[in-house]
Write a protein that binds this ligand. Structure first.
Ligand SMILES: NC(=O)c1ccc[n+]([C@@H]2O[C@H](COP(=O)([O-])OP(=O)(O)OC[C@H]3O[C@@H](n4cnc5c(N)ncnc54)[C@H](O)[C@@H]3O)[C@@H](O)[C@H]2O)c1
Length: 446
């Protein structure tokens, strides 16, 4: 099939590369010229395991193309995927201005093609962006309004196809999804999208077909539920700490309950990233605008805002109020391991709070330093490696649980640090073990 991807970011690039990988012709479009120029040379602008290999392979086979021209992408494709950003507005609502302006431009291109063409113009326009319930209907209204004077000469079928990939495991998630969700209003769109996804569900994952409003809601409900599990465990962790229980033992024990399961129960310094915060806020807003106060979802957000500051509270308690000129090493900047994405990362809140207290910060992350530099500039120092960050440090704060931080050389660390104190924001170290070596250890809820 001939596919256009509009918006070649984390979702668009993975989607485009994976569709090309199974034999489709894909044109990835973006307004970012630098990004597209890099991609044309096979240079991947983001860190995502396994992505470079399939981009390069499909680029050289000619199945994957990159462009900054919307009309070229639209003209040469049958299915157009919108993978555009839908960030939070100040009031918490999803900002759809980019998405709607692109839809308008697509309608313009289709108008021009229709005027030029003797044949009927037919396209499928599919939103992969996370969008508030009812957006597909609004897209349809816009398209119909723009193209109504052409009658049957042009047909645009609107669908919703929310994306569930996880950054850091995105290629694997796309190639082997747990399920594919398709929101359509007719059988033809269903058939086309089923065919497109057939190669990805050969191991038995279901393709779930529903109306566009339900499909749009699935994405928000899934993200809010996952965020709820984490915030719930963070509350339990904070209570464990007060009562002398160990949340790690509690987490494992409740995870064995089949009704609960072990995933997304890890307490820590709060959730972040490009999706959970904005999607939770947008869901709250959807409730408000429809006369419903979503109490649980509101609390999930509130609990998380507090949790992002929990390490700072622990640091203040340990060192006393005067933190001026204390030197703190920070391991991990990205919002989770295996990505360079810093959007709404808990490290941002932690660093900003510590800077306000006059703390000097030296940070290390395996891949996110270039993105961190855009945020913090020279307000913090960046270390060459994880041990370099520890030289003369008064404490280490572990923020992101990258694999290479899990089994460090504790004896060497102790020699490098001024005082051997660890604030383990992800509970990855064994408290007894590190205490025996000579560290003062603080975890979350233990
Ligand atoms: N990142 C994730 O893990 C993830 C997972 C599932 C769903 N989503 C959703 O997918 C959507 C995209 O997210 P993302 O993380 O890929 O965002 P992103 O910011 O990484 O990518 C968006 C891309 O769109 C481009 N763009 C902006 N304006 C444009 C325009 N007018 N025309 C063409 N391109 C334009 C940007 O340059 C950027 O490359 C969002 O709605 C997000 O909520 C993201």
């Amino acid at each position: 099939m001939n596919i256009a991807i509009i918006g070649t970011g984390y979702v668009g690039l993975v989607t485009g590369a994976c569709f090309a990988e199974v034999g489709n012709n894909v044109i990835c479009m973006d307004i970012d010229k630098t990004k597209i120029n890099k991609l044309k040379k096979g240079i991947i602008p983001i860190y995502e395991p396994g992505l470079e290999e399939i981009v390069k392979k499909n680029l050289s086979s000619g199945r994957l193309k990159f462009t900054t021209e919307l009309d070229y992408a639209v003209e040469n494709s049958d299915i157009i995927f919108l993978c555009l950003p839908t960030p939070s507005k100040k009031d918490g609502n999803a900002d759809l201005s980019i998405l709607f302006s692109v839809v308008k431009n697509i309608a313009k291109v289709l108008r021009e093609i229709t005027i030029r063409s003797d044949l009927k113009v037919k396209k499928f326009l599919v939103s992969k962006s996370t969008v508030p319930v009812g957006t597909a209907d609004k897209i349809k209204e816009m398209i119909d309004r723009e193209l109504k004077k052409f009658g049957d000469k042009v047909e645009v079928n609107i669908a919703s196809n929310p994306e569930f990939l996880k950054e850091g495991n995105a290629v694997q998630d796309f190639m082997f999804p747990d399920r594919v969700v398709i929101g359509v209003s007719n059988g033809e769109a269903e058939m086309v999208l089923r065919e497109l996804y057939e190669p990805f569900v050969r191991t038995g994952a279901p393709i779930l077909v529903m109306d566009t409003r339900s499909a749009e809601m699935v994405k928000y409900a899934a993200n809010a539920f996952l965020a709820t599990r984490i915030s719930f465990m963070n509350e339990i962790a904070n209570l464990c700490e007060r009562l002398g229980a160990d949340v790690e033992k509690v987490r494992i024990a409740i995870g064995y309950d089949n009704r609960i399961g072990p995933k997304f129960l890890f307490p820590g310094v709060g959730w972040g990233g490009s999706c959970f915060p904005k999607d939770v806020k947008a869901l709250i807003k959807m409730g408000e605008e429809n006369g419903l106060n979503l109490k649980i979802v509101n609390s999930v957000y509130e609990v998380n805002e507090k949790q992002k500051r929990i390490i700072v509270e622990k640091i203040k308690k340990h060192f006393g109020k005067d933190l001026k000129d204390k030197k703190i090493a920070l391991w991990g900047l990205s919002f989770k391991p295996k990505t360079d994405d810093m959007r709404e990362a808990p490290s941002i809140t932690i660093i900003n709070e510590l800077l306000k207290l006059g703390v000097k910060i030296v940070a290390f992350d395996p891949v996110a330093i270039p993105n961190a530099k855009k945020i913090f500039k020279d307000k913090i120092k960046y270390a060459k490696n994880q041990y370099d960050a520890l030289k003369n440090a008064d404490a280490l704060v572990l923020v992101t649980e990258w694999q290479e931080f899990r089994e460090p050389d504790f004896n060497y660390m102790q020699k490098l640090m001024r005082t051997p104190v660890i604030f383990d924001g992800r509970n990855i170290y064994n408290p007894e073990r590190v205490k025996k070596i000579g560290f003062t250890y603080y975890g979350i809820g233990r």
